[in-house]
Design a protein around this ligand. Sequence first.
Ligand code: GLA
Length: 385
Amino acid sequence: MDARPTEHAIDAADAATLSARFVQRFGGSPRLFRAPGRINIIGEHTDYSKGLALPAAIDRACMIAAAPNAKGLLRLVSLNFGEEIGRPAATFERRDHWSDYVAGCVAAVQAEGYAPQGWDMVISSDVPLGAGVSSSAALTVATSLAITSYANEPPDLERVRVLAWTAESRFVGMPCGPLDQFASVFGKRDHALMMDCRSLTADVIPLPANTAFVLIDSGVKHRLVDGGYEQRRRECEQAAAQLGLNALRDASAHDLERVEPPLRQRALHVVTENERVMQTAAALRAADVVTAGALMAQSHKSLRDDFAVTCAETDALAEIANATRGVFGARQMGGGFGGCVIALVDATHARDAAAHIVGAYERRWKIGGDWFVCQTADGAGEFHP
Ligand code: GLA
């Protein structure tokens, strides 16, 4: 069997290691902050059209041991990359380096009019990188939480969300919507968030018992700053403008006849996906996992045929998954152009289903195959060991 479940989630032992590393390197006594990655059950590429989505925070997280320093420096240690970097706290300069996400949060606080502040941080994350589960939101949310928690108690979580989003969109330069940071901040264990991306509010939807989510990495790395994501976003804005609307959230399928292809297909995805989000939320509330799964499979087709953000590998993965016993439904998740596939599964068969899917995928594509079963988790918070 080729299947490789990835290592399990950060726990108290990791927290102790993180603190010890901090004390060894910087001295003093840091506080610990944790922010999870997220899944998105359905509602893909709807957030920047002010639509609906159904994310949940997961039991994979970024954890940071942090304390302010009086040196005017960001001194950042990544346990994942085995690297320490120092950069000035007062000015932000994009370096195309992981530390940009942290520096972007510090810059976002300063852009609010606060004086520059140096920080020491030791960072560790078990959210897989570039797989569509928002490793970057986990990092920016954990950083923003650390920074704001030292200034305000209790921290203002809405401000944390905004700072994390500002860091990623304004400073790192990924023109993301609000989905990832919202889910990482406000997620709730055993629940999904039925998120309204216009009002930035959510209803919590209890998840049916004995279900789990399997995430399978296609091995095709997406880099959302590379342009495909931004192009789709622009296309949605153009389609809305052609309809005289502020955002595609307000379009109906009937309106779309007035939009020229390919913008018509892009808009069709958004309109039908918003509908599927509502139907999935209702199905999950009724513990109707079969209907929820069928809607996820339809979402993949829409992402493939109308929104054109899938690739041959994720199409194959979704197809295999949707035909696997114990899987209710599967689809490509996240920004797209690769990344991972999410499957809603019967928890009893989760590992068998994952092993089957990965085995079939690897035989055909000879790549990828990292996978994990995840449960939903609470959103970001200070970690008290
Ligand atoms: C990325 C972005 C989100 C969202 C998804 C697609 O994760 O960061 O804002 O647009 O893609 O649903």
